[in-house]
Design a protein around this ligand. Structure first.
Ligand SMILES: Cc1cc2nc3c(=O)[nH]c(=O)nc-3n(C[C@H](O)[C@H](O)[C@H](O)COP(=O)(O)OP(=O)(O)OC[C@H]3O[C@@H](n4cnc5c(N)ncnc54)[C@H](O)[C@@H]3O)c2cc1C
Length: 339
């Protein structure tokens, strides 16, 4: 069964298959809707639905959260990257101006090394089989995971140094009941998968001489690690602090790497904090990354520091509020939201 999708702002129409992903429909129709994360996280593709909203199914909590955090009314806007078409549809104006839309370029990659980091987090190292991968630290790749009846796409941030153009690493938490994260955990050396990218605007501000504050929770450390490795290679003297939040001792990973970097670079100061450590076995800091910001960042430091945050939406919102309260301007705060 086919459904007519009309793009009012472009004056075009397209016949979509029942269940077709609206991102694919936009691409095939040549519509000017802008996309970035394609995972419901950034809000770039928010678009008004003029008629036939019921054809897109109910909004998920994640979609509503993303629309609201972009200051958009979920009753008026839909995220096209989160919807499949099940009926006739007329789309109105996009909330954001179309930027240069990203072109879909699939690459084959091969697992070169699999490394479990904790019971639920693993690192995968890939060899890029087609062309060179040129990316900015902080960017992510979209993995195409073969599902039962369609390919499922999920974003994973690059965790490695950008100087290696033929390999990259990711670190992934196996989400309970999660389709792609568990698929990626099962990959072993020699396995192949397709990816597209790199994508994303989460990058280190070029030319800034301000100090750097990196804040990560869980696997939010992935893009932060890539940024950190690249920043430490640059021959400036900026202070780089990392606040890394995890839950329990069993969740700790990358601690040796961070310790080694600290020993090699006096300007790098990592701090790890656990929110729910066992009573025994942890003599370090207890609490959340927000506690570190409250206690360890002075207003004077905030004014001369750029912050890069990565993790869940709630943490990012809380940290942003605190940093702004300390006197950091919104332009100094950069973030990537995973879920
Ligand atoms: C730009 C970007 C970069 C990302 N980079 C990374 C990365 O480097 N490492 C990484 O581990 N993840 C990363 N993610 C998250 C990743 O894309 C997936 O959302 C995550 O792996 C879950 O996918 P899934 O298919 O396994 O779960 P799904 O099948 O999509 O979800 C299954 C269930 O788990 C819930 N859920 C989904 N994600 C999470 C989560 N992260 N925590 C708790 N519950 C969740 C869902 O609400 C659902 O109920 C990134 C996301 C974005 C948008």
């Amino acid at each position: 069964m086919m459904h007519r999708v009309t793009f009012q702002q472009d004056g075009i129409a397209y016949d979509a298959e029942d269940g077709q992903w609206l991102y694919d429909v936009c691409e095939s129709a040549g519509a000017s809707v802008p996309f970035a994360c394609k995972a419901g996280a950034c809000g770039t593709c928010a678009t008004q639905v003029v008629q036939g909203e019921e054809s897109l199914g109910a909004q998920r909590a994640r979609e509503i959260r993303t629309l609201e955090s972009n200051g958009l009314d979920p009753r008026r806007y839909r995220l096209l990257c989160m919807a499949d078409v099940h009926g006739a549809l007329m789309l109105g104006a996009s909330a954001k101006t179309p930027k240069a839309t990203v072109s879909l370029r699939l690459r084959k990659i091969r697992v070169e090394a699999y490394r479990p980091l904790t019971l639920t987090v693993c690192e995968q190292r890939f060899a890029v089989e087609s062309g060179e991968l040129i990316f900015s630290p902080g960017q992510y790749m979209i993995f195409h995971v073969p599902g039962i009846d369609k390919v499922v796409r999920r974003s994973y941030s690059i965790a490695s140094h950008p100087s290696d153009k033929t390999h990259f690493e990711i670190c992934v938490r196996a989400v309970s009941g999660g389709f792609c994260s568990n698929f990626i955990h099962r990959l072993r050396p020699g396995d192949r998968i397709q990816v597209e990218g790199p994508y994303g605007d989460f990058r280190v501000s070029g030319g800034s001489q301000r100090d750097v504050l990196l804040v990560a929770t869980g696997t939010g450390i992935a893009p932060i690690k890539s940024m950190l490795l690249s920043l430490l290679d640059q021959g400036d003297r900026r202070r780089i602090r990392l606040f890394f939040g995890l839950r329990n001792v069993s969740d700790l990973f990358y601690t040796k790497m961070l310790g080694d970097l600290r020993a090699a670079h006096s300007r790098f100061e990592p701090t790890i904090i656990l929110s729910q450590p066992d009573p025994e076995g942890w003599s370090g800091l207890r609490g959340r990354v927000t506690d570190l910001i409250r206690d360890q960042v002075s207003p004077e430091e905030a004014s001369r520091t750029d912050a890069y945050l990565c993790g869940g939406r709630a943490m990012i919102e809380d940290v942003k509020k605190l940093l702004i309260h300390k006197g950091m301007s919104i332009e100094q705060i950069h973030h990537e939201t995973f879920f």
